[in-house]
Design a protein around this ligand. Structure first.
Ligand code: SF4
Length: 686
């Protein structure tokens, strides 16, 4: 309920949901939230908020919020003191490490936690436990983007800023239902189109932005690479390249040109089911009405060739000179408010803070932290699950991430978690992971109950502020990490008294944020790189050179069909994705009034397919894959392609990841959530 005009206090902070990072004014009375309003002068959100950011805050007061640490004994959760919880965890960690070695322990940081907290979580894994088995949820979303962009451009983050939406002439969106998953960016794109910008949408479904697009290339799910290659073919064949840019700033041109000559639109058309003419027209528009700006989402990354899909997109930007200038670039839309922060702070098995390599830059971090660090690269999250299933991983500490509900092929995760000697879950609620497998539960403060910073999709570091007090027996993530480190005899490395103190250590660890002080981001935030305190921050990357040198790299990307194919037994391809009212695993939004508006996940199928399988709107379907079974109500939806179906993944009662498959990205192991062959059968209504 919004009660205008009676607030005692208004506090500026950042939305707790997606990676747009909209700024919020939180109104409180008697130390309780009574409403949220947009920050009118915010450079990110320009006075707008979506239905999640503005209204979905009541999870803070949910009845089932856990407010005491707990240990599960004889199958029952028991409330314990923090002292008892810390002693229990530290003794278990010490015993497991002594018996099986530090690499038998895995720790997962959180996109829900601040930069400061993620910095400490990875420091704990490395400096206290002695392992690089530290991860974050980027592994299941944009890790392919980070890999592709790092290899080709030298930096894995968005090249440009949201303000470029108003400066560009053409926007190309692929694999992102932007108005649903990143609504404020979606709104800015709609406005830009109304003001004259061109829009190209590449997506297997008709999405809201399709109506605004000059061209919607409704490709067969999982065929991004042939489509991008064919666009490159047209651009080269018709002489629409930026010759000067290629000569001065790109390497690999001759071999790329030769390779791409085979990828004619006619050839790609047979794979993507998009007409050759449409591919030609979209390519011409992107290349000629520039600057052109690309946004992409998980429709590109969550495939076996996810990294390569992003590489094929970057090729397009490089041959047309759409990098390093206003209104251009490659701009991944990051899913969670601080997923990029979690990764860049060092919750990655191969890198420290600032993506410094654990192989090459260990000595610097040993000097900074004044301790020895492990030299072996750690396990990714999928590898932790694999090792757990084999009995080789013995303990996990999972912060703010419902891993069991999120990972595909959940029977595999179940096997891994069942084998663990210790599973600590740190969250606000008993997640599916905690309910089924947790031994210890550590209750945490929400983003409204702590200080710190988040990093949004355009590399902007923004302050979040303590708006309300946390429940009495609830701690912030960083307080928990410090307390546990002290119990494990590493007090001297974790002697922090504030989030700002931690941030100032991060500024020493990573020179790209050295110039960003808490005082400088009191209001609008700053975009890294920002190497000194006089630096204004960086809106556009790669204007003159790349971190890998003067030239970026073109790659020849061939298309390989995924092993997950429709068959007689499983004739439909299931695509999963997001929708407007709920956020990811639904832990927060299903505890708000958004649940009333959108009560569950639905199975969207094309009306012609519904007739074929004799199903009607609202009937319940059993949906089966080779990996499991789930039950969903059917929605007839001619926005999906015939032969494909779509569902969201937020409702724990549906638990769609019981049926998603085991295949992973070739480079970084991101699961192939976007392609699962399924069978749909009508079941009797209960
Ligand atoms: Fe929050 Fe994202 Fe909505 Fe902005 S667009 S209000 S950051 S959920």
């Amino acid at each position: 309920v919004i009660q205008f005009g009676i607030a005692e206090k208004t506090t500026r902070s950042v939305c707790a949901y997606c990676g747009v990072g909209c700024e919020i004014n939180v109104e409180t009375k008697n130390e309780k939230i009574i409403g949220i309003h947009p920050v009118m002068e915010s450079p990110v959100s320009k006075g707008h908020l979506c239905v999640k950011g503005r209204y979905a805050w009541n999870y803070n007061y949910a009845e089932d919020r856990i407010k005491h640490p707990m240990i599960r004994r004889n199958g029952e959760w028991e409330e314990v003191s923090w002292e008892e919880a810390f002693v229990f965890c530290s003794e278990k960690f010490k015993a497991i490490s002594a018996q099986y070695g530090p690499d038998s322990i895995g720790i997962i940081g959180s996109a829900r936690a601040t930069n400061e907290e993620n910095y400490l979580i990875q420091k704990f894994a490395r400096a206290v436990i002695g392992t690089n088995n530290i991860e974050n949820c980027a592994r299941v979303c944009h890790q392919p983007t980070a890999k592709a962009m790092s290899m080709m451009l030298g930096t894995g983050a968005a090249t440009n800023s949201f303000d470029d939406i108003e400066k560009t002439k053409t926007i190309l969106i692929s694999g992102s239902n932007t108005t649903k998953s990143h609504p404020i960016v979606g709104a800015r794109i709609k406005q830009a189109v109304l003001n004259g910008a061109n829009l190209i949408v590449i997506d297997p479904r008709k999405i809201e932005l399709s109506k605004y697009a000059k061209y919607h290339l409704q490709l067969k799910a999982g065929t991004n690479i042939p489509l991008f290659n064919a666009m490159a073919n047209v651009i080269i064949a018709e002489g629409l390249i930026d010759e000067k840019f290629i000569e001065n700033r790109v390497e690999g041109w001759d071999t790329f040109k030769e390779f791409i000559s085979a990828w004619t639109p006619e050839c790609a058309s047979k794979i993507c089911n998009v007409s050759a003419q449409l591919i030609r027209e979209a390519a011409r528009l992107y290349a000629t009405k520039s600057p052109s700006m690309c946004f992409h989402g998980l429709g590109l990354t969550e495939h076996t060739q996810g990294t390569e899909s992003v590489m094929a997109l970057v090729n397009l930007a490089l041959i047309t000179g759409n990098i390093g200038k206003s209104g251009s670039g490659i701009n991944p839309l990051r899913g969670q408010n601080n997923v990029q922060g979690a990764a860049v702070m060092g919750c990655e098995p191969g890198s420290y803070t600032g993506l410094a390599s654990v192989n090459k830059e260990r000595v610097q971090f040993e000097a900074l932290w004044k301790t020895n660090l492990p030299d072996k690269k750690g396990l990714t999250l999928p590898e932790m699950i694999d090792n757990g299933a084999l009995g080789n991983l013995k303990a996990m500490w999972i912060v703010g991430f419902d891993v069991y509900f999120t990972m595909p092929d959940s029977s595999h995760t179940e096997k891994a978690f069942s084998n663990l000697d210790l599973l600590i879950v740190q969250d606000m609620f008993l997640t599916e992971t905690a309910k089924r497998f947790g031994n210890v539960f550590l209750p945490v403060a929400s983003s409204f109950e702590k200080e710190g910073t988040f990093m949004n999709s355009e590399r902007r570091i923004q302050r979040i502020r303590k708006v309300i007090p946390a429940p009495e027996e609830v701690k912030t993530d960083w307080e928990i990490v410090c307390a546990l480190a002290k119990k494990m005899d590493k007090k001297e490395l974790f002697n922090y008294t504030s989030a700002e103190e931690i941030w100032n250590e991060i500024r020493l660890a990573w020179k790209a944020v050295h110039g960003i002080t808490y005082q400088r981001i009191e209001n609008n935030g700053l975009q890294w790189p920002c190497p000194d305190e006089n630096h204004p921050g960086t809106e556009i990357l790669h204007e003159k050179s790349f971190p890998i040198g003067d030239k970026a790299k073109l790659f020849q990307i061939d298309f390989v069909h995924t092993l997950e194919q429709a068959s007689e037994s499983y004739p439909f391809i299931l695509v999963t994705g997001r929708e407007l009212y709920h956020f990811n695993s639904g832990t927060m939004t299903y505890r708000t009034s958004n649940k009333k508006i959108h009560p569950t996940d639905f199975l969207h199928i094309h009306p012609a397919d519904a007739i074929d399988i004799k199903m009607k709107e609202g009937e319940k379907a059993k949906i089966s894959s080779k990996y499991g079974t789930a039950f969903l109500k059917v929605k007839m939806d001619d926005n999906v392609r015939k032969g494909e179906c779509f569902t969201t993944f937020s409702n724990t009662e549906v638990f769609i990841n019981k049926i998603t498959g085991p295949f992973r990205d070739n480079y970084v192991q991101t699961p192939e959530y976007k392609i699962t062959a399924v069978r749909i059968e009508k079941i009797k209504q209960r």
